[in-house]
Design a protein around this ligand. Structure first.
Ligand SMILES: [Zn+2]
Length: 189
């Protein structure tokens, strides 16, 4: 990431001499790998920002559009989650950075700048899908089988987890005979 790219992310409200400012940049893998944002490991997010200077405040519109990679909660493989979000904010200069209400934020007037990349990270984090799982049928089947085997091993035979491979662990496929006895008792009721 060059210095010029980083400059693109910063809006300097205090020294904004034009009436309107447009910014357009892409937050790619290099950004998401370093950003500590939800579970995102990489991605490609297109950002458009427009700032309009008013008498006592600024109007900031930001649109994001792209994909980020997040791990699937079911099979643990990563999958691309589509991201699309926009915000419309009023920005004021104030004694400190603050969220005044849902639509209005204050930017520290001594610094006078806002880093759009952190705003974008927040927008992306809240627009991730609630369920972090592959579309139906696209999970890594081999991984699902391994995880299923592991969870059975966890319950019945804890010491097997560390050393043995899954393949030669026959006990994972057989039901504990005690459960069969219990089931008989239950069924006779
Ligand atoms: Zn999956």
């Amino acid at each position: 990431m060059s210095q010029k790219d980083v400059q693109e992310y910063i809006i300097d409200f205090k020294h904004m001499f034009e009436d309107e400012v447009d910014r357009h940049f892409m937050l790619g893998n290099e950004y998401w790998e370093k950003a500590d944002c939800a579970e995102i490991t990489s991605g490609s997010v297109d950002v458009s920002a427009h700032v309009k200077k008013m008498d006592e405040y600024f109007i900031l519109d930001v649109k994001v559009n792209g994909d980020v990679m997040i791990p699937c909660d079911r099979c643990l493989d990563e999958f691309p989650a589509p991201i699309q979000a926009d915000v419309h904010l009023l920005v004021q200069l104030g004694p400190e950075d603050a969220e005044i209400n849902e639509e209005t934020i204050a930017v520290n007037e001594v610094r006078g700048t806002l880093d759009l990349s952190s705003l974008v990270s927040e927008m992306v984090a809240v627009s991730l899908p609630l369920a972090h799982i592959h579309p139906e049928g696209e999970c890594n089947q081999e991984m699902l089988e391994r995880l299923a085997a592991l969870s059975v091993t966890n319950v019945s035979d804890e010491e097997n987890i560390s050393g043995d491979t899954f393949e030669d662990n026959d006990s994972t496929n057989t039901i504990d005979p005690r459960w069969n006895e219990l089931k008989k008792i239950k069924d006779n009721k």
